[in-house]
Design a protein around this ligand. Structure first.
Ligand code: ADP
Length: 487
């Protein structure tokens, strides 16, 4: 049995011999134990981060030195990619091929944001008033609490840690209680890269640890990825204490296929949009909007291909669809399948548990004759369940696409360049993919419209989420003769 301890102020620490279990979703068995943190551990970690922000080696370091450490960290992640990917597969059941490509990609976040660290600069403002020089400094916010979910533990951690370090912040991480192991292995690399103690800390546990963290008075910013229900709790706690916050929440993303699209590409895009990672991604293309003129032909091709999906061991290169990460999520996905049937959607594929060892598997499931007002079209399932909705023309497609409380991603499949532009302007979501789906990069801003979130991760915009601007006024000589006037 593997045991993982928390990481506070540069030391691995246990929690008075309190541990909780981490399950392998493929076997349904416990594979590791994680230290059960509490509010006292949160306090120690936040204080360590606060100290490291305010004094000592990290505080005194130049931005270029910070960038070099981040570069070294990127190299170490590259060295450890396969091992970290395997831990993630054991913990969350996603396919080794996907986790390996994620882990091989993560170093880029540290290279890109490491390169950005010494290019963060303010400006000199040519004031309307004589006798002053006014300029701005862009300063780090301080201590960042980064709270992450179970579906892509290290990728989503990197999306927060890299820009926060570039800005000069320090962090306390709270990984999901279902997938804490890879984060604890990841932070080992910080010491080897040369980061001073306290810059990064990890406290493990469930919502009680998250709650202590978001309420801690020395936390300046909360960066959160997870469900919209928890996002609401985080946003409220941030509001009460005027903390900065960024939230990356749920989605019910439309994947829209027009009759002028290359249908084979669109079928592949529809399948990877919903069945990759067993649908457990916030950007899952869970609503497939099909133009009526191609509806039946498209369905035929879609069902034929989706029906060939190979379920199995996520560590095997042959497997195409893995298990659901947690038992609770497995139950939730199955309950949505029942709800869809009760609402009158027509089941065309799957529709229940898949038997595959002792793992928590759900069959790839497709419903058509879905009305966009049904719960299966409005609520995030976070599983391999696709809702197919017909439409007649562009206007109707936009209306259905935007009739959602979410706005994270959208796909548009068309050969008409004008239509591609029109659709990408009119859809209210943080990302629109044309003739592709699920593409992300460290260079491209990512985030949600509406209830899909606040703020942006990735790209140049991301570093702004960890900075604040100070305005500095220098009187170049003339002092005011009347102290009661404001100049
Ligand atoms: P998911 O099921 O997608 O992981 P959650 O929103 O439940 O979504 O969890 C995301 C992260 O938020 C996890 O690390 C979880 O422990 C944490 N969390 C859950 N509830 C709270 C809370 N009340 N306060 C702070 N963090 C929380």
């Amino acid at each position: 049995m593997h045991r993982y301890r928390m990481f506070i102020d540069g030391q691995f620490v246990d929690a008075d011999d309190n541990w909780f279990d981490s399950y392998n979703p493929f076997t349904g068995q416990v594979w590791a134990q994680i230290a059960q943190g509490d509010a006292d551990d949160v306090d120690l970690a936040v204080r360590a981060a606060h100290r490291s922000f305010n004094e000592g080696a990290w505080h005194d370091m130049s931005a270029s030195q910070r960038g070099r450490l981040m570069h070294r960290l990127g190299d170490l992640i590259e060295r450890e990619a396969r091992r970290l990917a395997e831990i993630e597969v054991l913990d969350n059941g996603k396919l080794i091929s996907e986790m390996e490509s994620q882990l091989n990609y993560i170093p880029q976040w540290f290279y890109y944001f490491g390169g950005l660290a010494d290019k963060i600069q303010g400006s000199v403002i040519p004031l309307d008033k004589k006798g002053y020089v006014n300029f701005t400094r862009r300063e780090p916010l301080g201590v960042v609490a980064a709270i992450t979910p179970w579906n892509s533990p290290l990728l989503l951690t990197a999306w927060k840690v890299a820009p926060a370090l570039a800005a000069g912040c320090t962090l306390v991480l709270k990984p999901s209680e279902f997938t804490s192991a890879s984060t604890l292995e990841f932070v080992r690399l910080f010491e080897e890269a040369g980061f001073p103690p306290g810059v990064i800390n990890v406290v493990t546990g469930g919502k009680e640890v998250g709650a202590a963290l978001i309420e801690h008075p020395l936390v300046d910013k909360i960066a959160f990825t997870g469900s919209d229900a928890t996002g609401r709790v985080v946003n409220r706690a941030a509001a009460d204490r005027f903390k900065h916050v960024s939230l990356e929440l749920g989605g019910k993303s439309p994947n829209i296929v027009f009759d002028d699209a290359k249908l084979d590409d669109a079928v592949n895009g529809a399948i990877s949009g919903i069945f990759a990672a067993s649908g457990q991604t916030c950007i899952a293309g869970s609503r497939l909007l099909l133009q009526r003129s191609i509806h039946d032909e498209f369905m035929q091709r879609l069902l034929a291909l989706a029906g060939t999906a190979r379920l199995g061991d996520p560590l095997s290169a042959e497997t195409q669809v893995g298990p659901i990460t947690t038992r609770q999520q497995y139950d939730k996905v199955l309950s949505y399948i029942q709800i869809a049937q009760q609402e009158g959607a027509r089941l065309r594929l799957g529709g229940g548990p898949a038997s595959c060892g002792n793992g928590w598997f759900v069959q790839p499931t497709i419903f058509d004759r879905v009305d966009n007002r049904m719960r299966i079209a409005q609520e995030e399932v976070f599983g391999p369940v696709l809702a197919v909705i017909p439409f007649d023309d562009e206007q109707e497609a936009v209306a259905i696409a935007n009739d959602s409380c979410y706005g994270l991603g959208a796909g548009v499949w068309t050969s008409d360049i004008g239509r591609a532009f029109r659709m990408s302007e009119r859809i209210r979501s943080g990302t629109v993919w044309v003739n592709t789906y699920r593409a992300v990069s460290y260079m491209s801003p990512f985030g949600g419209y509406k209830q899909s979130g606040i703020g942006r991760e990735n790209g140049m915009d991301a570093v702004d989420e960890y900075l604040q601007t100070k305005s500095i006024w220098i009187n170049t000589g003339a002092s005011t003769s009347n102290p009661f006037t404001i100049r």
